[in-house]
Write a protein that binds this ligand. Sequence first.
Ligand SMILES: [Zn+2]
Length: 313
Amino acid sequence: MTNRTTYRVLAAATALLTLAAGAGCSSSGAGADPQRVDVVAAFYPLQFLAERIGGDAVRVTNLAKPGAEPHDLELNPSQVGEVSDAELIVYLKGFQPAVDDAVAQNGGDRAFDVTSVQPLLDASAGGHDHEGEEGHTEESGGKDPHVWLDPTRLAGIGDQLAQRLGTADPDHAADYTARAAALRADLTTLDDEFKHGLATCQRREIVTSHAAFGYLADRYQLDQVGITGLSPDVEPSPQRLAHVIEEAKEHQATTIFFETLVSPKVAETIAGQVGAKTAVLDPIEGLAAGSDGDYLSVMRTNLRTLQTALGCS
Ligand SMILES: [Zn+2]
């Protein structure tokens, strides 16, 4: 802690000297890097947004480490310190309780809750509606946090993030707006690819390891059957497993989807019972360790996986 503090003071002093020697451009905030806006992102898709829109005017720290599943993220003391020191905290209220707590204690008006831009859908959206089905009733009152899996909703969040960055750093406001527009164009292209790529398919049911794909299903008229609920660390009950197997057979599912950051065991068990294959459908809650992809490339991989599994032409 002492070393780190010393380093930060030195870094800040060096940067100030550099500034004083330079043309005297103004710096807002007093983060670790006075020339850039210190942004803390709660998990990968928000890091992607902040980096694309912030460009070289921001320094983004992701609280969730690569390869780690972010739902049950716990914060160590230095991460709580990062939340306290950040000039902007980008998070999704209701997704990660530890982040919600840190923001409630230290976030103040520096926190940007993406659900303030995109109100969350009910947990059942885009999914099978099974009245009284065990495992669904439990979460029927819940909200689905996986809003980033609809590219158009992510673009809307990006526009608002550009506004917030522009307020924190007015000198670069026009840059933030321009980069958000460029990102929106990329996300619109992606959305078009999904719309056309999934327009004509033999099946529309997707059996997924956790119910992360409600927004994707809602946007592209798919029908999600989640093996577990909204959270990946809840074991499905035997009744739920039996029900998913029945659904998969009824809809002649050829593929049971699992995720990069969660064990494929349950998906493999169901696939074995149904005579289906397994494939990765990535909810992009985090990048796999060592991945050189980004949100756009992983979404395109997801699209190809869906086209194959659902028999789309
Ligand atoms: Zn999830």
